[in-house]
Design a protein around this ligand. Structure first.
Ligand code: CU
Length: 152
């Protein structure tokens, strides 16, 4: 009986070790960092920028972004054709390839925020929520600051 008990203890310890090893593997699918927003006046428009990395081996689409301080929030892409900048609304979201990092930055991908309901003052922070098609949602803190003077 004592041997059976020892075997049971060893099996339990092995199971605990196996579970522990599994928990140590990276489980983060998406990371968002360096989020910032341009200052804005109440009722004005602004844009947010950030860096999004897909750590998985399958593509993930950023399907929507929301912020409680803006009336309308859309994912836009500025494309320059024949020296003229056009802004496109990416209604189907923004695809982030497997292992890819996308930089939302002035002159490229950006989060368009229209009808800002309060003044956004430099030095403050605001929250922005992102939803992805893998079911993940996350809220990031974005610093309000002035970037390069590019038109969205
Ligand atoms: Cu835009």
């Amino acid at each position: 009986m004592r041997i059976v008990r020892y075997v049971t203890v060893i099996v339990v310890l092995l199971l605990i070790a196996a579970c522990g090893a599994r928990n140590q593997q990276p489980t983060v699918a998406i990371t968002v960092d360096e989020a910032w927003v341009r200052p804005a006046l109440a009722s004005g428009n602004t844009a947010a920028y950030m860096r999004i990395t897909n750590h998985t081996d399958i593509p993930i689409t950023l399907t929507s972004i929301s912020a409680d301080f803006a009336g309308i929030v859309q994912i836009h892409q500025t494309v320059v054709e024949n020296d003229i900048a056009h802004t496109q609304h990416l209604e189907n979201g923004m695809r982030i390839g497997a292992g890819e990092t996308l930089n939302l930055q002035p002159g490229g991908y950006h989060v368009m925020m229209m009808n800002v309901q309060q003044a956004l003052n430099e030095g403050e922070t605001v929250s922005i929520s992102l939803t992805f098609d893998n079911g993940e949602t996350m809220t990031v803190e974005a610093e309000i600051r002035n970037g390069t003077a590019e038109v969205e």
